[in-house]
Design a protein around this ligand. Structure first.
Ligand code: BGC
Length: 346
């Protein structure tokens, strides 16, 4: 375990890096800026150690890119239509900075905040953030606590939050994976344990129903390559320039939600969550304007974010699982990324 300086922000604040785990096991680099998963290094099935998540070289790159690489997203992951919703008989007004909607907690979301490091040891770190009443328009003072653990297989993350007034909360990790370390994820195979997904309008807001994945490019019930799906010509895919959709996960409670595999490097990721939805985002808007920590340009399809969360726009959709958090209650969610190796090649 090591804590060192990752870099400085323009205002002189220091961003720290927390390193957990040790080879030959997974090694996780976290940043206190955004409670960000900056690097996750593991031994792949071809015997090579690689970083399998996307990350930038400096704090300023994180703040400039707008891609939320590896960040902890809050208070509200995903979109809220027109940045408005009703809560306890009154209208809450947030900013609307993404095609007329609220996205990922607002222009100064949790991904841009300096989190406090509450404690750490060789395999664990606990990051916390106090978000004041009215932060980005959200009611209630919210305290978020996010413990990370590196295991022999991968990483576990817990998201906890409490509030002093009725509010909404939807926390997730925005880690993008690339099991080859670089290049596109077109040849990665994805499996998602979902029979339906949530079609959206041109601004990413749910049209109002879930649609069966059967017969669509969103059918990942059996593992399928990403490349053909993101080029399918389907209207929903075309609208998002790829996949940027909520999948309605089968079952409830902690369970296997998705499997991502690269035969090239013989690496397989199993994602477990207790959330009802999984936003799958194939880096559709990466355009070469931001860079990896190694200095390479990130281009469309260079990673895939698998974000467990509530369904989009839940505060305006009484039929969706509720995002409301009351004082005295604790928001809790847990996710796990477990890696195994498979025979490389093919
Ligand atoms: C959203 C995308 C958005 C991206 C930004 C994803 O979680 O679903 O619409 O462009 O985050 O990185």
């Amino acid at each position: 375990m090591m804590v060192d300086r990752f870099g400085l922000l323009a205002d002189g604040r220091e961003v720290r890096r927390i390193v957990l785990g040790r080879p030959p096991g997974p090694v996780l680099h976290l940043l206190d800026l955004g409670a960000t998963v900056h690097r996750l290094e593991l031994t792949c099935g071809d015997g090579v150690r690689r970083n399998v998540v996307l990350g930038h070289a400096t704090p300023e790159h994180y703040l400039a890119s707008g891609d939320y690489l590896g960040a902890t997203i809050g208070r509200y992951a995903n979109r809220i239509a027109a940045g408005r919703f009703r809560l306890g008989g009154r209208e809450v007004r947030l900013g609307a900075h993404d095609r007329g909607n609220h996205l990922h907690g607002g222009p100064d979301g949790f991904d841009r905040r300096m989190w406090s490091l509450l404690g750490h040891d060789d395999r664990h770190a606990v990051l916390a953030l106090d978000s004041p009443d009215g932060d980005q328009g959200f009611p209630g003072a919210l305290r978020a606590v996010v413990p990370f653990e590196v295991t022999d297989a991968g990483v576990r993350v817990w998201f906890e939050a409490t509030t002093d007034a009725t509010t909404v909360v939807n926390l997730t990790s925005h880690a993008y994976f690339n099991l080859n370390g670089s290049g596109t994820v077109d040849e990665h195979a994805l499996q998602v344990f979902a029979d339906s997904y949530t079609p959206v309008d041109a601004s990413g807001i749910p049209l109002g129903w879930h649609a069966p994945v059967a017969g669509t490019p969103f059918d990942f019930r059996v593992a399928a390559a990403l490349g053909p799906a993101v080029r399918s010509g389907d209207e929903q895919v075309a609208r998002a320039r790829g996949i940027d959709h909520n999948f309605v996960l089968r079952g409830s409670g902690p369970r296997l939600a998705a499997v991502l595999e690269s035969r090239r490097t013989g690496t397989r990721l199993e994602l477990r969550t207790d959330q009802p939805g999984l936003q799958v985002y194939t880096a559709n808007f990466f355009d070469g304007s931001s860079r990896s920590a190694a200095g390479r340009l990130y281009r469309q399809g260079d990673g895939i974010a698998l974000e467990p969360q509530l369904f989009p726009d839940s505060p305006n959709r009484p039929e969706f699982p509720s995002a409301v958090l009351e004082p005295g209650d604790v928001y809790r969610s847990a996710l796990e990324w477990a890696f195994t190796t498979v025979a490389p090649g093919g």
